[in-house]
Design a protein around this ligand. Structure first.
Ligand SMILES: Cc1cc2nc3c(=O)[nH]c(=O)nc-3n(C[C@H](O)[C@H](O)[C@H](O)COP(=O)(O)OP(=O)(O)OC[C@H]3O[C@@H](n4cnc5c(N)ncnc54)[C@H](O)[C@@H]3O)c2cc1C
Length: 503
């Protein structure tokens, strides 16, 4: 009998998984079925889970493959080459459910839940967001009270991936005192769906990511006390650790997807003839393809960084700059790659059942969930400014040339970065600076990957693309052309009236 996924050596495990996905997504299901049907046919899900992809997130002493970062990231990468929504499904299960449980769960909860994942192919998700509290999650209204050996939790949660489908949920709530006042800290509770108390009030018609169900849930549950996660200090710090660890693993989902975008673009451009020659030979097309190659290389550098620096039980709560840079840049690249592929494919790509059109819609929410990119860029700048103040260095170049995440890349911008940072800047300036900083960090990681022997042409190409991106952002940051919102914009804003005032 063939050995199960968990017992296989890593190479055979990934090869088996890749072959299975390929046969399911490229042979068994057709484009139309993948693109337009919500959910996943049960036979497809069963065959995928039989390869035990989620065992990469489960510790060895609980029967998993040992929660090795490079294995989890490679599994995500393999998934996203075939299907971005599938990779997100695996990422939700892993980074938002299994890893928090492995790091903070009681032995009792871990042994029961991990066994259920491995034996019964169960799945889990995370509920943080509420209708009135998304970016503002710390002000969530879902509350809990302790009642003897149980916690009682009630509230409304929405947009949790795998709504109505997951067998287990990690649910976040704030403690309610006897007067009904909510405390500041956040508690995490593992709830088994079969125990009841989660009512899906509405399924959303999500624009893309059809494989994953979303909706609004009414929560009124009882959770045994051993099923509350135990933070090492506060629940907010645990939440930061969970979110940072997840963001650091985004390159897993991004790298395979970006390679797919690149392969699709290359093969289309080589075969499409326009004006008597192959699209591939047009200069503007080459620029787009070079950027796609750069996105794939940078994301690979981030996968390498996360795999070689972050192990499963490291506390990542203070790794905000690396985590937020990786999350923002990978997700911006994912959307940019889909835009570019669609441009290159032309009208044929503007179909829901074409990978270009579908990717455009599927990759877009990655810039919104797990921290809206606008806010994360601002936070990157705020953290760097805090570090500058701490080291009493206000010159940006001098600071970045000593900062571990930019020490190599800063050298390329000696002149442009040689200015004093005004710490009192507008929010939009913080965002612009964050965009530049996150790309300087991306370039640093790319240079490090190059030093380790990655394809040197791909590295130098990426460095050139990043130089352009960074220089443009530093220029925007330094210019003073600031626009403002005109509140009563309708006044005198009718061109037809100006053309013929009488009408
Ligand atoms: C496909 C998808 C999957 C998701 N999966 C999950 C999941 O599994 N679990 C879960 O709990 N949630 C999930 N979410 C919810 C997601 O995390 C939230 O949508 C996100 O946190 C943003 O919250 P919001 O939608 O309420 O937007 P808001 O908080 O209203 O923010 C909307 C926009 O306003 C702007 N904005 C907000 N605050 C600021 C600020 N301080 N400064 C400047 N601009 C600001 C930003 O542009 C932001 O994107 C998912 C969402 C989507 C779309």
């Amino acid at each position: 009998m063939k050995q199960l996924g968990i017992k296989q050596d890593f190479k055979s495990f990934i090869d088996t998984y890749r072959d299975k996905l390929r046969s399911l997504f490229q042979e068994r299901m057709d484009e139309e079925e993948i693109a337009t049907q919500r959910g996943l046919p049960p036979y497809v899900l069963r065959q995928i889970l039989e390869c035990d992809p989620l065992s990469t997130f489960i510790p060895e002493d609980h029967g998993g493959r040992g929660a090795k970062t490079h294995e989890a990231l490679t599994m995500l990468e393999t998934s996203s080459y075939e299907s971005l929504p599938l990779s997100l499904m695996m990422g939700i299960n892993g980074a938002l459910f299994l890893q928090p449980l492995a790091n903070y769960g009681s032995e009792e909860a871990k042994s029961k839940v991990f066994r259920r994942f491995l034996k019964n192919k169960n799945m889990g998700g995370l509920m943080i967001t509420e209708p009135d509290f998304g970016s503002d999650a710390l002000r969530m209204k879902t509350g809990f009270t302790q009642q003897g050996e149980h916690y009682h939790i009630s509230g409304i949660k929405h947009w949790a991936g795998l709504t109505g489908w997951a067998d287990y949920w990690l649910i976040t709530a704030r403690e309610k005192d006897k007067d009904g006042e909510l405390g500041r800290d956040i508690g995490f509770f593992v709830h088994e769906t079969n125990a009841g108390g989660i009512e899906v009030e509405e399924y959303y018609k999500n624009l893309g990511l059809y494989m994953l169900p979303y909706g609004r849930n009414k929560i009124d549950i009882k959770v045994p006390s051993e099923y509350r996660l135990n933070p090492s200090s506060t629940g907010v710090k645990m939440m930061l650790d969970v979110l940072h660890r997840s963001r650091l693993q985004f390159p897993g989902m991004a790298t395979g997807y970006l390679r797919r975008m690149l392969d699709e673009a290359l093969s289309h451009c080589k075969s499409r003839m326009v004006g008597g020659k192959s699209l591939f030979n047009y200069d503007q097309v080459k620029e787009r393809l070079a950027k796609l190659q750069s996105y794939f290389t940078v994301s690979s550098a981030m996968s390498y960084f996360t795999s070689s620096n972050i192990s499963m039980d490291d506390d990542t709560s203070k790794m905000d700059v690396a985590a937020n840079s990786i999350k923002t840049v990978t997700t911006d690249y994912m959307q940019a790659a889909a835009q570019s592929l669609l441009q290159l494919v032309g009208a044929k790509g503007y179909r829901l059942d074409h990978i270009a059109g579908r990717s455009l819609i599927d990759s877009r929410p990655f810039q919104i969930f797990e921290g809206s990119n606008d806010i994360l860029y601002q936070q990157i700048s705020e953290s760097v400014i805090k570090a500058m103040k701490r080291t009493k260095e206000s010159n940006l170049y001098r600071f970045l040339s000593q900062y571990s995440l930019t020490e190599r890349s800063a050298e390329y911008f000696k002149k442009s970065l040689d200015f004093e940072v005004d710490y009192q800047m507008a929010q939009r300036k913080l965002v612009q600076m964050g965009e530049a900083l996150s790309r300087l960090i991306s370039m640093e990681l790319t240079l490090r990957l190059g030093e380790r022997g990655f394809n040197s042409d791909m590295i130098s190409n990426s460095v050139r693309v990043l130089q352009n991106e960074i220089q443009a952002r530093i220029t925007t940051f330094n210019n003073k052309f600031e626009s403002d919102v005109i509140e009563n914009y309708s006044e005198d804003s009718n061109w037809l009236k100006i053309l013929s005032p009488q009408t």
